[in-house]
Design a protein around this ligand. Sequence first.
Ligand code: SAM
Length: 321
Amino acid sequence: MVVALSSQNGKRSACPTITLLHSENPTAPHDRRHHGWVAQLAEQWTENPRVGGSIPPPASFRQGRIGYNCCHSMKYDWREAGEEWSGPWGSSAAQWAGTIFPRIGECLPAGTILEIAPGFGRWTHYLKDYCNELWAVDKSSDCIQACQQRFASVSHVRCYLNDGRSLSMIPDASVDFVFSFDSFVHPDREVVEAYLRQVGTKLKIGGKGFIHHSNFGEYVNSLRERLPGALAKPLIKAKILDWAHHRNPGMTAELFRALSEQNGLYCMSQELVNWRGRRLIDCLSLFVRNDSAPENPAKIIRNPNFMREAARIRRQWQTQA
Ligand SMILES: C[S@@+](CC[C@H](N)C(=O)[O-])C[C@H]1O[C@@H](n2cnc3c(N)ncnc32)[C@H](O)[C@@H]1O
C-alpha cells in the first residue's frame, strides 16, 4: 500500500511532504489511542526470535574485556566485541551483507567516513574497506583503545575519544558519509541534537548520513507503556509483551527528521523497524546535507518485518556455514 500525506492544512511545513510506503499500520501516534486495547497489545505482541548460542568473537578479542558501557551506565562485558548483538542475523558479517550494506550501498564508497560510537569496531571493520579515510569517535576509552588495537595496521582508520557529544576533532565540511548503528538508540534528545548540529557542519554539502536511532517515543503514551510494572514484568517474562531495549523514550522518527532539518540535514528515507519485538521502536534514517530542502519528499517506511529479515538472513548464513 502506498499513501501520500500532503503537508498539514495545505501549508508548507518545515518537513517536506511525506510518502508512506507499504505501511501495515499507518496510524499516527495520537490516533493510536483511539484503537482498542486489544489492537494495541496485539501490535506489540512479541515474536522475539530465539537466538541460540553465542557467536564466536573475532580472534583478537577472545581474551575478554570488561569495559564501561556508556549507554546503560553499567559495566559491560565486551569479550565478544559486540558480535553477540548480531546473534539474530547469525553473525556481523551476515548482518552487514544482508541488512546494513543493502541500505547504505548507494552512499559507498565514500572518500571520508565518520562513524559515531563504533564500540569495538563491529561496523568499522566493514566500513574501512569503502573509504580513503575513516574517523571513529566514541565516548568510551575502552572502546577507543579496542578500536585502536583492532585497526592498528589500517593506517586510514583514526579513532578518537570524545566527551559524548563533541565532534570538534573533525574538520568542517570534510565528511562524505556519517554512520552510526546500534548506538543512537539510547542517548537523550540533547545528545542526539548536539551531534546533529555538528554533523550539519562536518558533512560536505551533498554528503550523506545513515543513523539508527530510537522511535520509542511513538509508544510512550500507549496503554502498554502505562501498564503497572507488576503486571508488565511477568508478561514480558512470558514473552507476551515485548520491552523497549533501553530505547530513548524522548525520540521519534518525526522528531529526528525535524531536528535534522534544523541543521540542513534532509531525510531521504526513514525506515521504522521492529527490534526483537513487534513494535517499531527503532528507525533507520538516511539523510543528505543540503543548502535547501530537496524537492523529493522523505520516504517513510513502516517495516514490521525487520526481525523476520534477520531470521531469514540467519537461516541462509547457517546453511552456508
Ligand atoms: C551498544 S554499543 C554499539 C557499538 C557499535 N555501534 C556496534 O554496533 O557494535 C554503544 C556504543 O555507543 C557508545 N556511546 C554511547 N553514548 C555515546 C555518546 N554520547 N557519544 C559517543 N559514543 C557513545 C558506547 O561507548 C558504545 O561504544
